[in-house]
Ligand binder design. Sequence first.
Ligand code: DLL
Length: 434
Amino acid sequence: MMWEPKYESMDRAQLAQLQLERLQSTLTRVARNVPYYRKTFGQLGIDPDDFRSLDDLARLPFTTKSVLRDAYPYGFFAVPLREVVRLHASSGTTGKATVVGYTAGDLKKWGALTARVLTAGGVTREDVVQIAFNFGLFTGGFGFLQGAEALGAALVPASSGNTRRQVAIMQDFKTSVLVCTPSYALYLAQTMEEMDVNANALSLRHGLFGAECWSETARAQIEDRLKLTATDNYGISEVMGPGVAGECLEKNGLHLNEDHFLAEVIDPATGEPVPDGEVGELVITTLTKEAFPLIRFRTGDLTRILPGPCPCGRTLKRMERVRGRVDDMLIIRGVNVFPSQIEAVLLAIEGTTPQWRVVLERERGLDKATVELEVAEKFVFDRIADQQKFLESARKRLASELGVGFEVRMTEPGALAPSEDGKTKRVLDKRGET
Ligand code: DLL
């Protein structure tokens, strides 16, 4: 099932033509209305009227989070404020927030794009869709609300937090689709087990998870413990929010909505595009946004374009699940490690929970990395010796699978509960403090 088959299974040559036309009109609009683009296009000698081929993309300037921040709050808007009907803001985890505006037309397209993602994940108008993303400045809640409405599904805006109540809602409302972060889905599963609620007695069919990094191990656990099919979806508030890319039920990469977003993958160090199939930083140019168009926006997310067609019939390219953020990659004694790799190892160990984090410290000039984790309630150790054995085996697994030594420590239950918007902060870097 596709929501907009005309675009989702478009002939690639036709799609390229559509992208070019949309890019040309976006360039003309930003050159006219956004001071940063007017200035940089002038410096680089770019005339939107001369822009004839998608191959010329690499001539255009990048847009970074820091230039957006410098223009806080409205400096990148391409329409007057009176045309704007909605404002959201990026979560600002890596600095000051960025304000993102939407026209009525932008909201309509956004709804269609999240409807595409929901449909690809198996959702129909028959479903009861529980959204456990925060409804607020964060784009997750409202983004999916519009898609569910467009689809005609029954939407339950449960919002984030109050986990026991979420479980009760799932039981009473016969929720068939869960939409939240993957770490929150695991937390829900854990809470259900503590409440003695059997997932088989629920009505869940599908789960759509995104907004943070996760792993195939986490997917397998979520599917098993919540008894649903779990798909991954990607978005970023500066570009729109959810709706940028989503997996179909083949669960093999996320289809990029290329008729609205032009995706490139670049080498983060040099800024040069890398060939399809190679890992690099995802860069997105919006093709249809009115209020907040962006040219070559550097997402900071690492992924690659997957080769070959998808059996689902969509011709939209797929990107691999995001491996991590360029700035989240840990370099511990020279070895590169992403938090999602640590998660995959931990989840495979019996007794661990989704509540964990890495603390980085500097001790006598050397980096020290400690994994702090909670163990499941039913897995509490009566004897100190058992606890030592558990920690030692976790230490060994991490060292052998990731090639780097971590200390492992248990924390008090509840010490690492998920944050309000459901995004879990996995790295606490204290190296600057010592
Ligand atoms: O997280 C938008 C969103 C909401 C996406 C709901 C999906 C579902 P931001 O708060 O601006 O927007 O955070 C964007 O989250 O740059 C990635 O680092 C990360 N991220 C989002 N989706 C995924 C994913 C929303 N599927 C930042 N896998 C991005 C890994 C993801 N990371």
